[in-house]
Design a protein around this ligand. Structure first.
Ligand code: ZN
Length: 137
């Protein structure tokens, strides 16, 4: 009987310490993995910081306050359709610019009440049908 009492007296602190260690380990594991982001997460929109750097869209967990990239970004680099300079377009472009300048000049003269009769052929009046002489019905 005395031997059993001695054995309990020796084993009890060891068992107690082991139980405490196991409980502490379990508590540590619980605290480390406490937030598994179970609830609905917030989606933070992409923003541009003060330094001009673009911050992509992020998920946000209100439970733990952490945020991480949402992975919704696509490649935003511009798509190059044309490069270089096409000299073959120069004559047509110059002709269009000259025609626009002539038309602007003619319209300015017409607004001023000068040379209206001279400007009408330049505007292509042969294609314009007058509606002032028409009457409905
Ligand atoms: Zn969380």
């Amino acid at each position: 009987m005395a031997v059993a009492g001695v054995a309990v007296a020796i084993a009890a602190p060891i068992v107690g310490a082991a139980a405490l260690a196991v409980a502490g380990l379990g508590l540590g594991i619980y605290l480390m993995g406490r937030c598994r982001h179970p609830g609905p997460l917030g989606l933070l929109p992409p923003t541009v910081g003060d330094d001009g750097k673009r911050q992509p869209a992020q998920w946000y967990c209100d439970g733990c306050g952490r945020s991480w990239p949402a992975g919704l970004e696509s490649d935003r680099s511009p798509i190059v359709r044309f490069t270089g300079y096409d000299e073959s377009k120069l004559p047509a472009s110059a002709e269009r610019a000259a025609a626009a300048e002539r038309q602007r000049h003619v319209l300015a003269l017409k607004r001023a009440g000068l040379g209206a009769s001279r400007s009408e052929p330049a505007l292509g009046s042969h294609n314009i049908t007058s509606i002032s002489g028409r009457r409905a019905g």
